[in-house]
Design a protein around this ligand. Structure first.
Ligand code: GTP
Ligand code: SF4
Ligand code: MG
Length: 394
């Protein structure tokens, strides 16, 4: 089985009532006994991850979950655990039995819709009965049987067809907004924080994309920008700068020249720019006493004027004029109690994959918590957000 880094695998979660055949269906699709099946309701108690190679999608994780109709304290805990998996789920497979869609299933469908999770419905045990498929679910539904294997292949195809775009498409940084022959100016300050003797990966990646598109990359420090712009025989198609000097550079670049920051381009490349911009615009509605979560994906070395702990809180307080409270959380997940936050500001995510970052965005979005990131909020508090997102058609 192909090994893929954590966060790179598509997560497909099987859920439904107890005994509906969730575990059996995973086995039928995988054509091997990877999940435990029994006639006793409540066999699967905790979410169990199974690795599988779903051709042509690639490595995926099947999550087998406990029945969502479980009751009592233990049942509630199991339902909570399934819900936690759902926050990270890319595609849900709702499994029903010979009873078809019951009121409990309707509630699950309602939650899936609310959480914006693509789903398909497997009407399992079709060897026993053919219950009615609700009209509004016909396109997503399929009759299957893990006993006769009826519909199992088609279900697999339906799952493949439901793979979200963010998993399918090869993302671009700026390649789609420039053309062959364009001049692209990169502004790269070489301050004390810059690594010795080299450029950082995002800068190198942008230069490579400019060259791949047969365009011309001109790299300057902020100090030489005015001179470089003067010497160009025609205006650049794009100026892209490090966020640290965004204010100064914005002053040098004529208003009609497309202008952005590396962070903005990478927010789109790795995440979901529309969601991050929406999150940053929440800054205009913050109130006294609001709590903001600064979420960092790794425990990097904290500096005295740390961007997440010092600079962004200071700028945001100045921008809003409000008395805001900041918490910092480091690690792969968000803290348990997310609903107390008015806004999440995520780090630049340089150490995690785009897939993992997108999943974190979705996790916040599914709980209705606005989310933005360092690069986007920096442009916002400097009053430059509209300008730096314009080249991307916002
Ligand atoms: N007739 C028939 N029985 C099935 C089918 N699929 C599963 N079963 C039976 O239904 C029972 C429950 O199957 P499981 O796969 O354990 O169901 P589950 O949804 O994982 O159940 P829990 O883990 O207890 O929530 C077992 O006895 C299976 O043999 C099917 O397509 N047809
Ligand atoms: S921006 Fe990069 S180094 Fe900083 S906390 Fe996030 S992942 Fe770690
Ligand atoms: Mg089970």
């Amino acid at each position: 089985m192909t090994k893929a880094p954590r966060g790179e695998r598509l997560i497909i979660t099987f859920l439904g009532r107890r005994n509906a055949g969730k575990s059996s269906l995973i086995n039928a699709i995988a054509e091997q006994e990877i999940a435990i099946v029994s006639k006793e309701p409540g066999t699967t108690t905790d979410p169990v991850a199974k690795a599988y190679e779903l051709i042509p999608v690639g490595p995926v994780t099947f999550y087998d979950t406990a029945g969502l109709d479980d009751t009592g304290d233990l049942g509630d805990m199991r339902v909570k655990a399934t819900r936690k998996v759902l926050l990270r789920t890319d595609i849900a497979v709702l499994v029903t039995d010979e009873k078809g869609v019951t009121n409990e299933d309707r509630k699950i469908i309602h939650d899936l819709k609310k959480m914006d999770i693509p789903y398909v419905i497997a009407f399992n045990k079709s060897d026993l009965a053919s219950p009615e498929i609700p009209v509004e679910e016909v396109d997503r539904a399929l009759r299957v049987s893990t006993k006769t294997f009826l519909g199992v292949h088609d279900l697999k195809e339906k799952i493949i067809a439901s793979v979200p775009d963010y998993f399918r498409n090869e993302p671009v940084i700026i390649g789609d907004i420039i053309q062959g022959g364009d001049l692209v100016v990169l502004v790269v300050p070489l301050d004390l924080a810059a690594p010795k003797g080299r450029l950082i990966l995002p800068q190198v990646q942008v230069i490579r994309e400019v060259l791949d598109n047969d365009a011309i990359a001109i790299t300057v420090k902020d100090r030489e920008l005015d001179e470089a712009l003067e010497k160009l025989s025609r205006p650049p198609a794009l100026v892209i700068t490090d966020s640290q000097v965004v204010l100064k550079v914005a002053g040098s670049v004529p208003e009609e020249v497309p202008f952005t920051t590396f962070s903005t381009a990478f927010a789109r490349y790795k995440g979901d720019l529309a969601m991050l911009v929406e999150g940053a615009n929440t800054a205009d509605r913050l109130k006294d006493g609001d709590k903001i979560l600064i979420a960092e994906a790794c425990s990097h070395h904290v500096q005295s004027d740390d961007i997440g702990r010092v600079k962004i809180p200071r700028w945001l307080k100045q921008y809003t004029g409000k008395n805001l409270h900041f918490d910092v959380y480091t690690g792969h997940d968000f803290p348990e109690k997310l609903e107390e936050y008015a806004l999440i500001i995520h780090c630049g995510s340089c150490m995690i994959t785009g897939m993992e970052f997108k999943r974190r965005l979705l996790t916040a979005h599914r709980q209705n918590i606005p989310i933005t990131n360092y690069g986007v909020i920096i442009s916002k508090v400097h009053g430059l957000l509209d300008r730096v997102v314009r080249p991307f058609g916002y």
